[in-house]
Design a protein around this ligand. Structure first.
Ligand SMILES: *[C@@H]1O[C@H](CO)[C@@H](O)[C@H](O)[C@H]1NC(C)=O
Ligand SMILES: *[C@@H]1O[C@H](CO)[C@@H](O)[C@H](O)[C@H]1NC(C)=O
Length: 424
């Protein structure tokens, strides 16, 4: 023990004798490099908002306006009848009673007649009930199924949420890729994703599809938050590999997804074996859009680029040997391939799923109490800066949960950099 201690002292001695100026001049380039590196991932606040709500008060629903080619889609299982019914009642009361978009129900198993009868009765617009073809809800070709099943079992035992359920893996894979090319989806361009057990808590008095199209938006969300890290340790690495392969430059949304490492070059490269890091040692913040709510343009998800990325990820096996979620896949793909201006936060929507929610305060003087179509009703108080339409928030007038990811993902912009940072 003493020997070790003496050796250690001897080892340290020269360092202790180093004059301060030498230590500083050795470390200065590294410090400078780290600062430059941080700068590279810094996203400056835009001079003006890139994405504002389409409306900040109630509108008289324009029921005669032209609709977009859009569908509301819900993946559900037969035993989720009550919860599915609840969602449909909610979206109907808050939106679809004015706009009458068709609703497509998807199941990986044949529907119970009872489900069809009940939900067909509840749905006002056209309801269709479709079954996902077996080969789009299973292990892809080339995957060692036994090894995958063993891994799923182990992931479940490790306590990773839903990772022990084989069907959940199939679902994440399905929503990540095949969903967009499904026969039943082909005739539509836009979709609004619904889930069983969802509440809409504000009146949606305008047509979000029409507004998305008019403002050239591609992807719309309500809630942004952190992904469960254990579910996808290798996802970010795989996506950044593909990015590199395709030579895709960083846009600001991608930068906003990255937490730049504080370790100087070349040492940060040694971090790259850790979870959620790219080959340079920088990591993903785990921020993503919660995909149980999405309003999006399928033309994006059907592009060569997106489908190619999906195929690349599929071959990596991470949908089974890890539990890559479609929310993370969609979000990182959007960050990579979509102009930040084309992402829309529906901050005027009241939305709850599981224990997370968003509910805006009501717009002062914007509730159209005499509206013939919105009808009479009760709603939460109107507050200064409120943007909601007839929201019933139960006192919960928060914008979102939690704030960090939302701010991080809303900040990106395409603003020009100051000239003195051009060389970075
Ligand atoms: C579904 O909702 C309707 C109201 O629209 C209700 O009458 C019906 O009882 C509900 N069915 C189930 C199974 O919850
Ligand atoms: C739903 O109900 C309508 C009208 O009652 C009926 O014409 C239609 O065939 C039903 N659809 C399904 C899928 O059962």
């Amino acid at each position: 023990m003493t020997q070790v201690y003496t050796m250690f002292r001897r080892f340290l001695r020269p360092a202790r004798r180093l004059p301060i100026w030498l230590i500083l001049s050795i470390s200065a380039p590294f410090i400078f490099e780290v600062l430059l590196h941080q700068r590279r991932y810094n996203v400056a606040k835009p001079a003006s908002e890139l994405d504002t709500p389409f409306f900040t008060s109630c509108q008289e629903p324009d029921v005669s306006a032209k609709r977009e080619n859009a569908v509301l889609v819900m993946l559900a299982r037969n035993y989720e009848l009550e919860k599915a019914n609840k969602t449909i009642n909610s979206i109907d009361a808050h939106f679809n009673r004015w706009f009458n978009y068709p609703i497509l129900f998807l199941n990986d198993e044949p529907w119970d007649q009872k489900f069809i009868d009940e939900l067909n009765k509840t749905t006002r617009g056209l309801a269709t009930f479709d079954v996902i073809p077996k080969d789009e809800w299973t292990f892809p070709k080339g995957v060692d199924v036994n090894a995958a099943k063993q891994s799923i079992k182990e992931q479940g035992e490790a306590g990773i949420p839903h990772a022990g359920e084989e069907g959940y893996h199939h679902m994440c894979r399905f929503y990540s890729g095949k969903f967009y090319t499904l026969e039943a989806m082909k005739k539509y361009r836009w979709y609004w994703r619904l889930e069983p057990d969802v509440d809409f808590t504000c009146a949606i008095s305008y047509d979000p599809f029409v507004q998305m199209a008019r403002h050239k938006k591609v992807y719309g969300f309500t809630i942004a938050l952190w992904e469960v890290g254990q579910s996808c340790p290798g996802l970010f690495r795989s996506i950044s590999e593909w990015k590199e392969l395709m030579g895709i430059p960083d846009n600001n949304l991608w930068k906003a997804m990255v937490s730049a490492s504080w370790v100087p070059y070349p040492f940060r490269r040694f971090l790259s074996w850790q979870s959620h890091r790219d080959s340079y040692g920088d990591s993903w913040s785990l921020c993503h859009y919660w995909s149980n709510f999405e309003i999006a343009d399928m033309e994006f998800f059907r592009t060569r680029a997106y489908q190619d990325l999906f195929e690349y990820l599929d071959k990596k096996g991470g949908f089974y040997f890890e539990r890559w979620g479609d929310a993370a896949v969609h979000s990182l793909a959007v960050a990579l391939l979509v102009d930040p201006r084309k992402v829309h936060h529906f901050e005027d929507f009241g939305y709850r799923h599981a224990f997370l929610w968003q509910c805006p305060a009501n717009a002062p003087g914007g509730q159209l109490p005499d509206s013939p179509l919105l009808g009479s009703g009760a709603w939460s108080p109107e507050l200064e800066n409120g943007i909601g339409c007839r929201c019933e928030c139960d006192g919960k007038t928060n914008r979102n949960h939690p704030g960090y990811c939302l701010n991080k993902l809303k900040q990106p912009n395409s603003i020009k950099r100051p000239w003195f940072t051009w060389f970075l």
